[in-house]
Design a protein around this ligand. Structure first.
Ligand code: AMP
Ligand code: FES
Ligand code: ZN
Ligand code: ZN
Length: 330
C-alpha cells in the first residue's frame, strides 16, 4: 500500500476516495478537507475569532488542532455536564490538550480554554435534570449545551461557534430526519447556519471527514482523547442509525458522503423554502426575562427560555448519580 502523493508506504486507506496516504500526507489531507469545507460553506475567514466546542473526544480535539494549524485564532469551550467519571475524564483530556497543544504554541494570539461546569454555575447536572424532568438525559444535555454554546459565543464576541460533528454524525442525523420526515429539522440541517435573531453563526467544518479519519488524525498527532461513549447513550437512536449506515458504507464505499452531500446539493434548499417558520426561529422572539437569550417564551406566554425553565426546575434538587439514574430507568 503506497501513499497516493509521495509513493512512500501508506499508513491509512480511504476507500471512498480510493486513496492511501503516508502519515504526513494524511494529516495534510485532513487539513485540506477542513479548509475546503470552510471555504465552500463560508464558515470563517482568517482573522475571524472562532470558538470551538470541545468535548474531550477525538472529533472536537482534532478540529481545534486543525484550526490552530491553519492559523486561526480559536479558543476552546468545555461544558462540564456532571455525567460522573465520564465527564471528569473528558474534562481532563481537554485540559491536557490545552496545556500541551494550545498554550505553548507559537501564535500571534493567546488561544485559551473556557470552562463552564453545570453543577458549579447552575447547581444541577445532566443526570439530575433527567431525573427531575423524567425525560431522556440527552434532552437536558442537548438543551444545556446549545444554550451555553450560544451564550459563550455571544458574550465573548466570537464570529462563529464550531462543533466537531463529522460525516458519520451528519449522515446519521440526516438519515433519522428522513426516516421520520422531520421536515422542520431537515430545513435547518446545514453545515453552516448564519447568525440570526440573536443566535451566533454555527459551523461544522469536519463534515468531509469520517470518524475513522478524525481518530487516525489524533493518533498520528499524539492527541489523547476520551474513547468511551457517554454512559447515558445506550438506546440512543443516533447510534442505531450510525450502525445502519456503516453497513451500507461497507458494501459501497462513498455511499455516506453521496447521501449527505447529495442532500445539501439537491434537496436542502427545497426543504428550507417550504419550511414553516416556528416562533423559535422567526422574528417573534423576545429576550428571556432571566438570562436575556432570545426565546419564544414558555407555554404560559411568559418570556422565559427553555434553559432557564430547566435549570430553575433542576437546581437544588438532590443530586442523582449516573449509576442510580441508570438503574431507575431500567
Ligand atoms: P456529541 O453531541 O456528543 O456527538 O458532540 C458533538 C459536538 O458537540 C462535539 O464534537 C463538540 O464539538 C460538542 N460537544 C459535545 N459535548 C461537549 C461538551 N461537554 N463541551 C463542549 N462541547 C461539547
Ligand atoms: Fe445523551 Fe450523553 S446525555 S449521549
Ligand atoms: Zn505521502
Ligand atoms: Zn433564559
Amino acid at each position: 500500500m503506497k501513499c497516493r502523493v509521495c509513493r512512500e508506504s501508506a499508513v491509512i486507506d480511504i476507500r471512498r476516495h480510493n486513496a492511501n496516504f503516508c502519515a504526513d500526507h494524511f494529516l495534510r489531507y485532513c487539513r485540506d478537507q477542513v479548509e475546503r469545507t470552510m471555504k465552500e460553506f463560508s464558515m470563517a475567514t482568517p482573522g475571524d475569532r472562532v470558538l470551538v466546542a470541545v468535548s474531550g473526544g477525538k472529533d472536537s480535539l482534532a478540529l481545534w488542532d486543525i484550526l490552530l494549524e491553519l492559523g486561526y485564532e480559536a479558543d476552546g469551550l468545555y461544558i462540564g455536564l456532571g455525567i460522573g467519571d465520564y465527564s471528569d475524564v473528558s474534562g481532563n483530556y481537554v485540559r491536557d490538550f490545552t496545556s500541551s497543544f494550545v498554550a505553548n504554541r507559537e501564535s500571534e494570539h493567546a488561544n485559551s480554554l473556557i470552562e463552564i461546569g453545570l453543577r458549579d454555575s447552575y447547581d444541577y447536572d445532566v443526570p439530575t435534570a433527567a431525573d427531575v424532568t423524567g425525560r431522556a438525559p440527552c434532552s437536558a444535555c442537548g438543551l444545556s449545551k446549545r444554550h451555553l454554546f450560544d451564550r459563550a459565543a455571544h458574550d465573548g464576541g466570537y464570529d462563529v461557534l464550531m462543533t466537531g460533528h463529522n460525516l458519520d454524525d451528519e449522515a446519521a442525523v440526516l438519515y433519522g430526519n428522513v426516516m421520520r420526515w422531520q421536515v422542520d429539522y431537515l430545513a435547518r440541517q446545514r453545515p453552516m447556519l448564519p447568525a440570526e435573531n440573536g443566535f451566533p453563526k454555527k459551523a461544522k467544518p469536519l463534515v468531509r471527514l469520517s470518524e475513522r479519519e478524525t481518530a487516525a488524525y489524533c493518533v498520528l498527532r499524539g492527541i489523547d482523547y476520551q474513547v468511551e461513549e457517554c454512559p447515558m447513550a445506550a438506546g440512543n437512536r443516533h447510534l442505531e442509525y450510525k450502525h445502519a449506515l456503516a453497513a451500507s458504507e461497507e458494501a459501497s464505499p462513498g455511499m455516506k458522503q453521496a447521501f449527505y452531500f447529495g442532500y445539501l446539493r439537491e434537496a436542502a434548499d427545497l426543504f428550507e423554502q417550504s419550511a414553516v417558520r416556528t416562533p423559535d426561529d422567526g422574528p417573534g422572539l423576545v429576550p428571556c426575562e432571566s438570562c436575556g437569550s432570545p426565546t419564544s417564551g414558555d407555554p404560559n406566554g411568559q418570556p422565559r427560555c427553555a434553559f432557564c425553565r430547566l435549570s430553575q426546575r433542576a437546581a437544588g434538587a438532590d443530586p442523582v448519580p449516573v449509576e442510580l439514574l441508570k438503574t431507575k430507568r431500567r
